[in-house]
Design a protein around this ligand. Sequence first.
Ligand code: CA
Length: 221
Amino acid sequence: MRVLVVEDQAALARQLRLALEEARFAVDVAADGEEGLYLGEVEPYDAVVLDLGLPRLDGLSVLRRWRGAGRTMPVIILTARDAWTDKVAGLNAGADDYLAKPFVMAELVARLQALVRRAHGQARPEITLGRLVVDIAGGRVSLDGTAVRLTGLEYRLLVYLAHHPGQVVSKSELTEHLYAQDFDRDSNTLEVVIGRLRRKLGEGLIETLRGQGYRLVAPAD
Ligand code: CA
């Protein structure tokens, strides 16, 4: 899962990046409204954290333009404390949730995870696929009740496929949702990551459909 943070305050942007990377998202950061608008138009983010007070183009305008162009990714807006009119305007412009500054980072991460889950029609914070359990809220994976350690990339790949059960996901779609813009992909190509996941979770977990992509298969008993 890949997230865009649009925040002009450098220190806060850094904290957001760290917290979201800790929660195993691939994270891109834009420092002004124009850059944020552009990234949100061209990249397929699974969710966006959008500050309203931004240089060059304000957050509300960014959000309206995304929604006007048919971009449907979940967006959580950051508003000034007590500015209830901002919250209302933001929700009316198409935001899915809001947080007033200052906020607790753990709350933002939890709200964002809930939004991503909901966007995929997933009400429960846990996905069970046969012997495999993915605890999205806790960022944990277990097979037959035993915890399996995954890297951030392995985890994102698994969660993305788990959000599309039984569906074939193309290589390009996976790639777009796994890697942040500045990520060095050379030693972590899709094939390598999938190979590592198969070794950790069983060879039969991810099916390769030649020329089409990958599909997650629930590990049978
Ligand atoms: Ca700001």
